[in-house]
Design a protein around this ligand. Sequence first.
Ligand code: UDP
Length: 239
Amino acid sequence: MYEYFKKMYKEDSKKLFSLLEDNLKTNKKTFIVTANPETFSHGKDEEFNKLLLDDITTIIPDGIGLVKAAKMLDINVKERIPGIDISVKLLEFLNKYSKKLYIFGSKQEVIDQMKVIIQTKYPNIDLVGMTNGYVKDKDLVMKQIKKLNPDVVMVALGVPAQEKLIYKHIMEFDKGIFIGVGGSFDVLSGSKKRAPKLFIKLNLEWLYRICREPSRFKRFYKNNIKFIFKIKKLKKQNK
Ligand code: UDP
């Protein structure tokens, strides 16, 4: 797991956004993984481990747990960068440069609403297509997306499915910024509420999500307890 921390993006959000804007303008293929402790726990899967360590991948610290753990390991990570903020920035850049977007994942009513929001708030975006995340043959969808040559592909299937699907196909594409956005469409479409600003500021967005959806608790607890033990062990080894 130490390698993930070493590879993790360490600058602030401003720098990241300007990097993404450049990559969009220059058609530089990019794969963004917005990570929290749960994401790293999937590293036990060989394919997921490979995708995290691949040069094409930029690991972003989305969870505050990762920023704190990095500090414990004497790795200087400037700040938490929420995945949803990255999605919003990408929408802004796509609009600014009139570029092509494909959205894949979430329920049909959610992406229908996303379409309305894109058309009204980001009218210059060329939304070349969208597919809900409950279709059977997701590889086929990726092949269809490739033909449309989008500049940004947002995939909302949850961790680890979204990352694995992107990684399986990314080499077939000539360009594109690829990002697994988890529940971002649910929030951007208004189907789910994002935490109030105070929660975000205090880095307690995770707590808000658990309170709204108690079914998340077991998953959260399991992953985070294991994570804390692993970090403590790593810290000892590093000494
Ligand atoms: N989802 C999907 N197909 C599936 C399972 C999930 O499209 O087979 C969508 C779901 O509708 C939601 C997103 O994937 O919009 C997962 O959101 P969540 O907040 O659970 O993401 P995570 O916490 O796993 O990043």
